[in-house]
Write a protein that binds this ligand. Sequence first.
Ligand code: PGA
Length: 249
Amino acid sequence: MRTPVIAGNWKMFKTAGESSVFVKEFLPLVAGIKGVEIVLAPSFLSLSAVAALTAGTNAGVASQNVHFAAEGAYTGEVSPGMVKDAGAKYAIVGHSERRQYFAETDESVNRKVKAALAAGLVPIMCLGETLTERESGKTFQVVERQLRAGLSEIAAATAPKVIVAYEPVWAIGTGKTATKEQAQEVHAFLRRILKELFGDAGLAIRILYGGSVKPENISELMAQPDIDGALVGGASLKAASFASIVKFN
Ligand code: PGA
C-alpha cells in the first residue's frame, strides 16, 4: 500500500511570519487526518519556524531545493544536512522552475537526489515535459530520460524512500491541469519503468501529480490507480484551499 502524499510548494512566497500564520490556521483544519502524508515546502528561511510549529503533528516539512555537496565553498547554497538540521524530512529536487531558470540538469538532479538520501531526507524528484515536447510527441521519451537519469545509481533497497512528482510544465501555474487520463497515462508509464529498475521495491515509490491541482480537481486525480498524491503550488498558499486538497476523499 502506498500512503498518499499531499505536498504544498510555496515557491518564493511567504516570509517566516506569514508562514507561521499559515501553519497556525492550517493545522486545526487537518487535525486528526490520518493515512495521508502532509508536506509543506516553505522557503529556506521559514523552514525552522514551520518545522517547530509542525513538530509532533501530522504535517512534515520539505525544502524546495538542496545542494548536492555535504558542505563546501558554494556561496549562497544550502546543504542537505542543513535542511535536515532545520527540521525538514523531505527535499524537493529538480522542480521545472529550477531546471528552467537555474540550469539544473538530469545529472545535477541525480546528484541532489543521492545527496538528499545520504542526509536522511526524502527526495521529491520532479520531472515533466514542456508544451513543445508534448506537442511534438516526445512526452514519454522525455519523462523516461528524466526518471532513469534522476534515479541513476540508487539501490533498490533505498528506492522506496524516493517520491517522484510528475509535473507537466505546461500545467504549472497555468490553470491548465492535465486531464485525469493524461496524468494516469504518464504515471502508469513511469510505474512500469520503476518496476523494471527496482522490481517490487519500485512499486512502493509514490508518484505525485503536479500542475494546477485545486480543490475542484483533486478527487478525480486521486481516483486514478497510479496517482499517489499531489504537489500543489498556487492552491497550497491559502490554508482553507490546501486543507480541502488534503481532504480529497
Ligand atoms: P501549481 O504549481 O499548482 O501552481 O500549478 C505546481 C508546482 O509547481 O509544483
